[in-house]
Write a protein that binds this ligand. Sequence first.
Ligand code: FES
Ligand SMILES: [Fe+2]
Length: 359
Amino acid sequence: MEAPDDPFEQRLFLEAELYRSTSVAERERQVYAPHFWHPVAALSSLPEGSALALQLLDLPLLLTHPPGGPPRAFLNRCPHRGVALLPGAEAAQACRRLICPYHGWTYDLDGSLRAAAREAEFVTPFAREDWPLLELACALRGSVIWVAIGPDPLPLEHQLDLVEQELGEGLERPRVLLASLEGDLACNWKIAHDNTLDDYHVAIAHPNTLHRQQGPVRHYRHRFGDHTNLLATPVPVQGSGADPQKPEFLTFGAPPWIHLLAWPDGRLALISFPPRELGRCRLQVWLLGDPAQQAGGAAWIEELRCFLEEDRALVESAQRGYASDLRPGPAHRLERRILHQQALYARIMGLEPPCPAHA
Ligand code: FES
Ligand SMILES: [Fe+2]
């Protein structure tokens, strides 16, 4: 039976072939990833007057934060002969300007070329303003820096539609990075994304971790936006100072491979699964909150790590299943958040949505 409240047409999971095809992975890189914005760092990780080199998919990125201005994003590539201006690092580096280690071209943090060595001796006419760093679109949302790698990304407020609607101004309350988690998963990114959208497995696979946080299935509230979906679960009210608004724990799934968890006390966790090679992805978790919540950071990230480790065994096992001749079975109504994101994926990738006629 089809769920009568299905807000979208897809009824079947994507074919396993899409999870193991190199040409599909290439199209994801060419078409799917450039359609969206990507969270690249917490704003608090990039203080004014600093720069940070990191990798976004196959792109070397350079984030800078010019004093008094917003963060900026550039390709970490000197326009002269292509050398990286800064080595990749865990933490941002305080700097007033960027000096290329090859021939010493020097850039301001806004990406403009400030000086080149022996500037009068180029063999063709030389003007500094012709040689800025190549800039990428950069935005701030939820105290996180987002970067677009394509020329015409979906507006970020559309990508995060339900997040913005549900959190309202709460999304923009200032937050700092309380703790983070970084790792690798031996599965295609879609398996990790599907799994984190899967509300069917939580009671079975996470009885003592996430299920305790989300509570009984009968209390689940789902919403589906154009790009983001939501599972809201009530948080047990403690003490007499209870929030009369019936506080909820919100779990959003969003493209391209992002999940956002929001607690009533203002904490946010951003989980993402950027692809690596075909059968691998990264696991990236940032826990953000008020600076006054810093003391709780280690314990809260440990809670996240526990259920994500439970998921690791499952997604890495599902990867082996998808690598075989699997035809995925029927979708349960508690798996509709997966279907919702898969329908969006199919649309952006220009695929026929799977339907019973094609099964
Ligand atoms: S490559 Fe950077 S100055 Fe030459
Ligand atoms: Fe899980």
